[in-house]
Design a protein around this ligand. Structure first.
Ligand SMILES: *Cc1c(COP(=O)(O)O)cnc(C)c1O
Length: 411
């Protein structure tokens, strides 16, 4: 029976034919009535954008009172997609509830992916996005992996820029503040059949946010999780799928129960260090034999989320730290290696990297009953590299340093 479900000939076909074969077979088996994708589907057309402004603009929240992801702006950007037509005209409307059929596939089989990016206000009052092409490229990879539609990145950036510009009164001007943008895509097809969604919704909402550390850096304590894994080779841990996040909350609560701020994700019997919570992890080490200083992060082997901040830290390290004699490495490293380096005074610092906090210094890691110190003195909240990285990245985010990473939103 199994052999019949899997036509052997399909594996000898070209990739394009194979995709069609998978599409056809999933349509048949899942009973999904979605039409097959046609070659001349509409792409996203920013010139078709319609804007319906709210008649009840919200009053601004005191920036100091902002809690991450709790306050939203007046509007949202939405685009619908159907398998027969492609992308329909984009709309900016008042922020509102969605109305979805309870059988929509997003609720049953987790057809959802998202992005996290920010808009900043520079000293001249201009709105800027930070490396938006990276977020859009990543979103396309995430959506493609769960059979949701892909889109033209530049067209989407143009629309997000228009949306951010419309909401600019919500972006506080103070340093450390920004507008967090949440592009989200969901499968909306009304079906309990497991198959490729015949319709989807891409929307973007925006939330004004304050600095992650309002009173300066605060180093965190981590618990290495040894009873659960976040991602595995051949899995989808390198994609920003909603389905990856809910299962991470219990290990995080477990760590919190024992007094730790976050959990550290390990992989395999070697206990490779992968990510910290929902941030990429960096460590600064001194080589045992040569004394060579090395900034290390795990390689993109499919178990690591391709962070935009991670990429920015690596690029800045190659630009500014390598000339100072640092070795910059994307390589596997283990908890054992960190523990040994810590005991020998060679673990200089450790930090997480992600859009929300930029960098988040780590004080220590609880591992197998041992508290691995990460190089900070008791009265110190950040290492030198973490501090410099935050300054370098923010200079480009806020446009203090004119750089190609910063996308100035047209007024
Ligand atoms: C989003 C995310 C990151 C950080 O990515 P940035 O683009 O730097 O914000 C790291 N790890 C995980 C698991 C993530 O979801």
């Amino acid at each position: 029976m199994l052999r019949q479900l899997r036509p052997r000939s399909a594996f000898r076909q070209s990739p394009a034919k194979l995709v069609t074969a998978i599409w056809e077979s999933s349509r048949t088996y899942a009973g999904v009535a979605a039409p097959a994708p046609s070659a001349n589907l509409q792409g996203i057309d920013p010139s078709k954008l319609t804007i319906t402004k709210t008649t009840t603009p919200a009053s601004l929240v005191d920036p100091k009172q902002l809690v991450f992801g709790r306050t939203f702006t007046d509007h949202m950007l939405s685009l619908e997609w159907t398998a027969s037509e492609g992308w329909l005209a984009p709309r900016i409307t008042p922020y509102q509830n969605l109305s979805l059929d309870p059988a929509s596939c997003v609720f049953h089989y987790a057809f959802e992916c998202f992005e996290g990016m920010k808009a900043y206000k520079d000293s001249k009052g201009q709105v800027r996005l930070f490396r938006p092409t990276k977020n859009m490229a990543r979103m396309n990879k995430s959506s493609a992996r769960i059979a949701l539609p892909t889109f033209d990145s530049n067209a989407m950036i143009e629309l997000i820029a228009k949306f951010a510009s419309l909401e600019q009164r919500f972006i506080p001007s103070e340093r450390g503040y920004s507008l967090y943008l949440r592009p989200t895509m969901i499968g909306t097809q009304r079906t309990l059949g497991v198959g490729p969604p015949g319709s989807a919704l891409l929307y973007v909402i925006a939330s004004p946010v304050g600095p992650y550390y309002p009173t300066g850096f605060k180093a965190v304590s981590l618990e290495a999780t040894d009873y659960a894994v976040r991602a595995w080779p051949g899995g989808v841990g390198d994609k920003k799928l909603g389905a990856n996040y809910a299962p991470c909350i219990v290990p995080q609560l477990e760590a919190a129960k024992r007094g730790f701020h976050q959990n550290l994700w390990l992989f395999g019997k070697e206990e490779y260090v992968t990510e910290v919570g929902t941030m990429n992890m960096f460590v600064a080490l001194k080589n045992k034999e040569t004394g060579q200083k090395e900034l290390v992060t795990a390689p993109l082997d499919g178990t690591i989320l391709e962070g935009v901040t991670r990429d920015s830290v690596l690029a800045l390290a190659r630009e500014k730290l390598a000339p100072e004699g640092w070795l910059i490495s994307e390589r596997k490293y283990t908890m054992r290696e960190l523990s040994e380096a810590s005991r020998e005074g060679r673990l200089l610092e450790a930090f997480g990297a992600g859009t929300a906090a930029v960098v988040s210094p780590v004080r220590n890691i609880s591992w197998k009953g041992e508290l691995v110190g990460c190089g900070l003195k008791p009265d110190q909240e950040a290492g030198e590299i973490a501090q410099r990285m935050k300054d370098w990245i923010e200079a480009r985010q806020y446009g203090d340093e004119e750089h190609e990473w910063s996308y100035v939103v047209p007024q």
